[in-house]
Design a protein around this ligand. Structure first.
Ligand code: DCP
Ligand code: MG
Length: 609
């Protein structure tokens, strides 16, 4: 098999598959696979044709061949005929299976790729709201249900139609009256299926929702396992999980019960049909209207026609699950992507880094303002410090710069150009962010440091960056140095180590504007001192936004902004702010006092400083 994925699998735009009519949506999803699909149905048709012919051969054998005096001359041909038909039927069934798999797996492959790519491009606002478990559920279980829709139901429809037409045609050729009686089952089966269709849809939707909830619980508990253990909440979490899990069981059982309520009904209807058909045909044989051979052929063909009819019911009911999953998947596909390249201003020399906020207001949710009338100016290369209580909006201010979110009113300019005129991709290339919660991928340390640099990086450069971030020595203690894996299968880094790897990554990126959101929060005072030099080097010549809680970290900034409840309550340099009094001075005095007392205490117990 070809191990390279087809390029189109990544580039294909499935957005047009999102329509109101779900069948149209499925049809569009099949773009590029339709010939395979029709091939699968055509080969299936041929297989059923050969199956049908073998029943007609039975009739010939019983009615004609057996009557002939030179039977031994004909017998080999008849035998050969049966074997040949069986072989042909088998061969075409096999081809049909292959083509079906190719269609269904191909559509699912492309859908998964598309979903992944799409989710990577959705807005921060969307990710803030959508639960990860729900997204995972939709990308895996729901896509799988859609795959089954193509491998079973979509092919099933074609199969049923073909089986029906071929076998009904053959029945008509045997005896018109018998043939017509044989399809009396059709209306009651369709009515029963439609009756169940809606109920099964609802039950499946409920089941999938609960399944997603369970995935979310599981995912959250795994990422928050430390919290659970620290608070010894295992029992509570277990009960909660068991509750959710039981609900899934209940809904799953409900779904299966509905199915098992449906099957006996169709089986009874079909059984009655078979019994009626066989009896009627038997009477016709006794009448002499039809021959024994015709009866035998009829018996086989009747099964060939009843089976698809019975399957039609199952198919309609199963189809409901595919349709529900289609809805759940298209809900994500319908979400607008964050335009990365929209905007025409992208100076080739890079940004100078003059940032002006004027009267900026911002909110995550309508009518709950997070920032109000924020105005300040930063000259290129200056450092701004943002200080303030938790939840006062510091992270929100800096998230506006790389256009993670769009502000509601006011204006933000960089080098005199409104932020909205810069393409997001360009801005994000120019701005380096060290997030409040550092995140590393389960890849090697080197890959983590060079992540997003977008060019070939030499080992020397990587080492220089790591040294500047004061993390080189730590990395060298790992078994494979820079090639050590981070996370589950590799080393576990401490919060401060992670933060410094992220700092190295940002150093290497060499951005024009730097955002350090509490970048030294999980670093002890001593390490902070050791990386302060690195940070100062990092900040040199770039416009920097530094969020910190310790005044020591921010006192040298060119401008200090003190935030409270989404407003700037104080601004100025360290000395100006101290002279002003107010919140800054209170915090400064509090922190100095704590540090003094701590020093005294340590001195009194004789610990080396
Ligand atoms: N908020 C929100 N949706 C988000 C992020 C934040 O509704 N995706 C809210 C929570 C706070 C307010 O916005 O009420 C300000 O949040 P910030 O993250 O901007 O607050 P800080 O960064 O100042 O707080 P901290 O020091 O704790 O990081
Ligand atoms: Mg914050």
């Amino acid at each position: 098999m070809n191990s390279n994925p087809p390029a189109q699998a990544y580039q294909f735009d499935l957005k047009h598959a999102v329509t109101k009519n779900r069948f149209v949506g499925f049809w569009r999803m099949m773009t590029g696979f339709r010939w395979l699909y029709f091939g699968a149905i055509a080969t299936l048709g041929l297989a059923s044709l050969f199956s049908m012919l073998s029943f007609l051969l039975i009739r010939y054998f019983v009615d004609e061949a057996l009557q002939q005096p030179d039977l031994h001359n004909v017998l080999p041909y008849v035998a050969l005929g049966f074997v040949g038909l069986a072989l042909l039927q088998g061969a075409f069934s096999f081809f049909s299976g292959r083509l079906t798999a190719q269609t269904a797996e191909g559509v699912a492959l492309r859908l998964r790729n598309y979903m992944f790519d799409h989710i990577q491009h959705l807005t921060f606002t969307y990710h803030d709201k959508m639960q990860t478990g729900e997204l995972i559920q939709r990308c895996t279980s729901d896509v799988d249900t859609i795959r089954r829709f193509f491998s079973e139901q979509a092919i099933g429809v074609g199969r049923i139609i073909i089986l029906f037409v071929i076998n009904f045609g053959a029945l008509l050729s045997l005896h018109v009256g018998l043939a017509l009686v044989s399809i009396l089952v059709l209306p009651p089966i369709i009515i029963a299926s439609l009756f169940f269709f809606r109920r099964v849809s609802k039950a499946w939707e409920a089941y999938q929702e609960q399944d997603a909830k369970l995935s979310t619980t599981l995912q959250e508990n795994l990422s928050g396992v430390r919290v659970v253990k620290a608070f010894a909440r295992q029992e509570y979490e277990r009960n909660k999980f068991e509750g959710d899990n039981y609900e899934k069981f209940r809904r799953g059982r409900n779904f299966m019960l509905m199915h098992s309520g449906f099957w006996p009904i169709t089986d009874i209807i079909c059984g009655a049909q078979i019994l009626g058909g066989y009896t009627l045909a038997a009477f016709l044989v006794m009448d002499g209207t039809i021959t024994i051979g015709t009866y035998l052929a009829y018996a086989g063909l009747l099964m060939n026609i009843i089976n698809p009819i019975r399957n039609l019911g199952r198919l309609i009911v199963h189809m409901s699950t595919g349709l529900v999953s289609f809805d759940r998947v298209s809900e994500i596909m319908r979400e607008a992507r964050e335009p990365l390249t929209e905007g025409q201003h992208q100076p080739t020399g890079g940004l100078r880094g003059e940032v002006v906020f004027s009267n900026v207001s911002f909110e995550y949710e309508p009518d709950t303002p997070v920032l109000e009338n924020i105005s300040f100016t930063v000259k290129p290369g200056q450092t701004v410090a943002l200080l303030g209580s938790t939840g006062s909006g510091k992270t929100s201010v800096v998230s506006l710069l790389p256009r993670f979110y769009d502000y509601k009113s006011g204006s933000i300019t960089i080098d005199g150009v409104e932020l909205r005129d810069y393409p997001r991709k360009y801005l994000r290339g120019q701005i380096g962010v060290v997030e409040q919660e550092p995140f590393l991928f389960s890849r090697t340390i080197r890959e983590n440091i060079t992540y997003g640099v977008g060019r070939e990086v030499s080992d020397d450069e990587v080492i220089a960056a790591a040294q500047a971030a004061a993390v080189h020595d730590v990395i060298m203690t790992f078994p494979d140095g820079y090639n050590t894996l981070v996370g589950e299968r590799g080393v576990t880094l401490s919060g401060g180590q992670k933060q410094r790897v992220v700092l190295a990554r940002t150093l290497l990126k060499d951005p024009r504007i730097l955002i350090l959101d509490d970048a030294t929060s999980s670093v002890d005072a001593e390490t902070e001192d050791s990386i302060r030099g690195a940070l100062l080097r990092l900040m040199q010549g770039r416009t920097s936004f530094v969020i910190a809680h310790r005044i020591q970290t921010v006192m040298h900034a060119d401008l200090i902004l003190v935030f409270d409840k989404g407003h700037i309550v104080q601004r100025g340099t360290h000395d100006e702010l101290l002279a002003q009094g107010g919140m800054y001075r209170r915090v400064y005095e509090l922190q100095s006092r704590i540090e003094d007392e701590l020093e005294k205490e340590i001195a009194s117990v004789g610990l080396p400083l």
